[in-house]
Design a protein around this ligand. Structure first.
Ligand SMILES: Nc1ncnc2c1ncn2[C@@H]1O[C@H](COP(=O)(O)OP(=O)(O)OP(=O)(O)O)[C@@H](O)[C@H]1O
Ligand SMILES: [Mg+2]
Length: 432
């Protein structure tokens, strides 16, 4: 109970104190005057002074009580806010008049304008919400609805208006037979689910589109070979070469998709065999020498000694193959690619760093965070022309996640690009 609620008792007890002080002062000054210690005049002045001081003291206390009531405790003796504060989702209790009875911290974060005693519709301006509250009271049945916010970012919510019919002792509400006493509005953030759903839909659309393109080319050439080009030996040769290329593209796409799902399936299982990065990097560079020559690019290697990591050799080959191949394909104009294998430190732990740097056109900053998404390409046409599927860096990211490593990318338009693989080091090979 607050001090303000208890004011009459508070004032009464202080008035009693004043009377007691005055009586005691009167007795003391009377004795002093009678015994000749004080002149009667001085005794009267003394008595008046003490009585006045006591009176001022009470007034002062009184004022303090009025100006600074103690801050109301967050829950008072009402159990409703206390219960709601233990819930992780945003929850708002609304009374029959549509006003907010209580809300918890997550609800405050969701709607900062919420105020106890004010209409909930002031803080959450959605007609669906007001309707749901009214219907929940009228029908005494839960009402669900979904809504989205566009600002500052896209977010989706499901809200439930749940009538509470009998809440004895809760929120001090006067019960009315057959009517819910309050409605609890709770909110569930559907944004992560939506995003996953969007990604899944995008993935299926992208995968089928990527497969359909070479398939359409194959069907087209088959028809041509069956028709107009049937007896044209030269055209047949050319078309068959294109068809072979398209078939390879489809096979590669299917391979990459299968690899991705296999790696995802094993994502929680860290490899337990050890591998030295140096020979892996050398093998990758050797295998890409043809492509480097073809593009007129020199690949330089700067290597430390052996660097052991816990890793699946084939998967690590895939990582460096894609990074060096990308540097050769997209950074060829720089004529040079530097591969560095070194030991570094992160958070007090030793790590192996393999960086692949090219001096090509570089990548604009808005693309950088999205490069490891499946099928994401800065220039789809160029990637396709290079035989790319846009799955390379997604594979790199998943393989590194499984190896408890990570990929960092630094680039600026015109300044080339540096892709760095970070992997935790093991000091010596683990017996296999
Ligand atoms: N070194 C680089 N310089 C400039 N752009 C790059 C570089 N590396 C990657 N990119 C851009 O990132 C995109 C995604 O690369 P990723 O390796 O995932 O796919 P891809 O190379 O197109 O296809 P795939 O790897 O399946 O052959 C590329 O299409 C390219 O636009
Ligand atoms: Mg690639």
């Amino acid at each position: 109970m607050s001090l303000t609620e208890n004011r009459p008792a508070f004032v009464r007890s202080h008035a009693r104190g004043l009377v007691l002080t005055a009586v005691v002062a009167a007795v003391v000054f009377a004795i002093m005057a009678a015994s000749g210690v004080l002149a009667v005049g001085y005794a009267i002045v003394g008595f008046v002074a003490v009585a006045a001081a006591a009176l001022v003291g009470v007034r002062g206390d009184d004022k303090i009580g009025q100006v600074q009531p103690p801050a109301p405790t967050p829950h008072g003796d009402d159990p409703l806010p206390a219960i709601m504060s233990g819930l992780a989702d945003p929850v708002i209790a609304v009374g029959r008049d549509g006003r907010v009875l209580a809300f918890n911290e997550p609800a405050r974060a969701l709607a900062p304008a919420l105020r106890q005693g004010e209409p909930v519709s002031l803080a959450l301006r959605m007609p669906e919400l007001s309707e749901a509250v009214v219907r929940a009271f009228a029908e005494a049945a839960p009402q669900r609805f979904q809504y989205s916010e566009r600002v500052p970012v896209d977010r989706w919510f499901e809200a439930v208006a749940m009538p509470v019919e009998h809440a004895p002792g809760l929120a001090k509400i006067r019960p009315e037979p057959g009517k819910p006493e309050l409605v609890l509005l709770s909110f569930r953030d559907l944004t992560p689910l939506r995003r996953v759903e969007e990604m899944r839909a995008d993935f299926v659309a992208n995968a089928s589109h990527e497969l359909r393109t070479p398939l359409a080319a194959l069907s087209g050439f088959i028809e041509t070979l069956q028709g107009s080009a049937r007896d044209d030996a030269k055209a047949r040769e050319r078309f068959l070469a294109i068809m072979q290329e398209q078939a390879r593209r489809m096979a590669r796409l299917i391979d990459d998709l299968l690899s991705l799902s296999r790696i995802e399936l094993n994502a929680h299982r860290r490899p337990d065999t050890s591998a030295d990065l140096m020979p892996i990097v050398r093998q990758v560079i050797d295998s890409l020498q043809m492509l480097a020559r073809d593009r007129g690019v020199t690949v330089n290697v700067d290597a430390a000694g052996a660097l052991w990591v816990l890793g699946e050799r084939d998967e690590l080959v895939r990582v460096f193959e894609n990074l060096v191949e990308n540097a050769l394909k997209y950074g060829a104009t720089g004529k040079r690619v530097d591969v560095t294998v070194a030991r570094g430190q992160a958070d007090g732990h030793d790590e192996a760093l393999v960086s692949v740097r090219d001096y090509g056109p570089g990548i604009a900053p808005e693309h950088l965070p999205r490069l490891t998404e499946r099928f994401y390409r800065v220039d789809v046409r160029e990637s396709r022309a290079q035989g790319g599927t846009g799955l390379g860096l997604a594979l790199v990211k998943h393989i590194l996640n499984r190896h408890r490593g990570r990929l960092t990318i630094e680039s600026a338009p015109g300044a080339g690009a540096t892709f760095v693989v970070h992997l935790p080091i093991v000091e010596r090979p683990v017996s296999q």
